[in-house]
Write a protein that binds this ligand. Structure first.
Ligand code: AGP
Length: 372
């Protein structure tokens, strides 16, 4: 079927705005909203008690979705997860322990490196799964288990709704793993499922940040370099934010774990290098806030995206002028990567529109990299 842009200027813009529905649709395949539990068919297809470790292999944005999943699986299910870019994994003779599940994450299900890595896992005799948006793809056919995302067709080269669909599905699977491994009881499973079920509405709230983020991009589009910072699951989101900006606005950007700042990148801070900090309230908030102060004290311009502006320490003198706080929706830290993906996407989108680049077809890039 022909997919049209409708009233949107670009497919990317349309796809960003579709996320309340695409995440909801995806979660419907994993969650039982009445029982407030992971669906029985999902749990019947795999018993995470028998999985000793998950090896996620993916490229680009799908890789970052995998990195976010690692935080959730290890935290709530006590299940070790390794995540690696497929182009490295496939050529380095990785050592796989028995009981490892090889999990390919891919929008297209056709990315050459990810497919080769999946095939390598199969040849090693590992059980395999593929989390794919194209359910008829090669990976979907070849993996032992196919987990779908229901983002719908993604046309923009820069992945947006496929990413949040991947993260949503992976978080639901982490809940399944946690329940099956006896880490949570039915009450806690119901609470986490409820969090996921509220995601769609919170994504809709996050989309309301659009005009404010758009105003910020006037300045962002003039930058030569941008730094993104986050802690915990916001760290891979910082990496994803930097990738989005690079891809469509052609501005150089780097994502860092906020705690790594003082180990090198702080040397880059000056008044010309904006720093985007993704910091919804969680147990690490104060630490990230102190990183913001370190940046501001060095004249760095900070855009801080958070749900708790009241907790951002007041800066004195010149430093206060360089800090811009953008308020996002309040949410449980478990689902924060899904909600805070939205402002990150919007920042990149409006910066690119400002610069007048070809947002849906950025230079040198293909939607799916099916040859090496
Ligand atoms: C994301 O914006 C990209 N253009 C790219 O990194 C993409 O995520 C990557 O090529 C993986 O594609 P896949 O999900 O189809 O495997």
């Amino acid at each position: 079927a022909l997919v049209e842009k409708g009233s949107y200027r670009h497919f990317m813009e349309k796809e960003v705005h579709e996320q309340p529905e695409s995440v909801q649709r995806t979660l419907s395949a994993y969650l039982d909203p009445v029982a407030k539990a992971v669906r029985a068919d999902i749990k019947a297809a795999i018993d995470f008690k028998n999985v000793a470790r998950i090896q996620i292999i993916a490229c680009g944005t799908a890789y970052y979705a995998g990195c976010i999943a690692k935080y959730a699986f290890e935290k709530i299910a006590g299940l070790p997860v390794d995540v690696e870019v497929a182009s490295e994994f496939r050529y380095r003779t990785p050592a796989m322990s028995p009981g490892t599940l090889g999990l390919a994450v891919s929008q297209s299900g056709e990315t050459a490196d990810t497919l080769a890595a999946l095939r390598w896992c199969k040849e090693e005799g590992l059980k395999t799964a593929a989390l794919v948006n194209v359910h008829t793809s090669t990976m979907a056919r070849e993996a032992d288990l196919m987990w779908p995302t229901h983002a719908g067709p993604e046309i923009g080269v820069a992945s947006t709704k496929a990413f949040t669909a991947q993260v949503a599905a992976l978080l639901a699977l982490a809940v399944a793993a946690s329940a099956q491994r006896g880490r949570i009881d039915a009450t806690e499973e119901a609470r986490l499922v409820q969090c996921l079920l509220e995601t769609s509405g919170l994504i809709a709230d996050a989309l309301l940040m659009d005009p404010e983020l758009q105003r910020i991009t006037h300045e962002l589009s003039k930058a030569r370099d941008v730094i993104y910072l986050g802690r915990g699951a916001m760290y891979p989101l910082a990496l994803e934010g930097a990738l989005k900006l690079k891809e469509i606005s052609y501005i150089h950007a780097e994502g860092y774990a906020a705690g790594e700042l003082k180990h090198g990148p702080i040397a880059l801070i000056d008044e010309k290098t904006p720093v985007v900090v993704i910091a919804p309230d969680d147990e690490l908030f104060e630490k990230t806030a102190s990183n913001v102060q370190e940046v501001a004290a060095r004249g760095g311009r900070v855009v801080m995206i958070t749900d708790t502006p009241q907790k951002v320490p007041a800066l004195s003198g010149d430093a206060s002028k360089t800090l811009k706080v953008v308020k996002g929706p309040t949410c449980d830290p478990f689902i924060a990567p899904l909600i805070y993906a939205v402002p990150i996407q919007l920042l990149a989108y409006h910066t690119a529109v400002h610069k007048g680049t070809d947002v849906d077809q950025p230079r040198n890039l293909a939607k799916s990299v099916t040859v090496e």
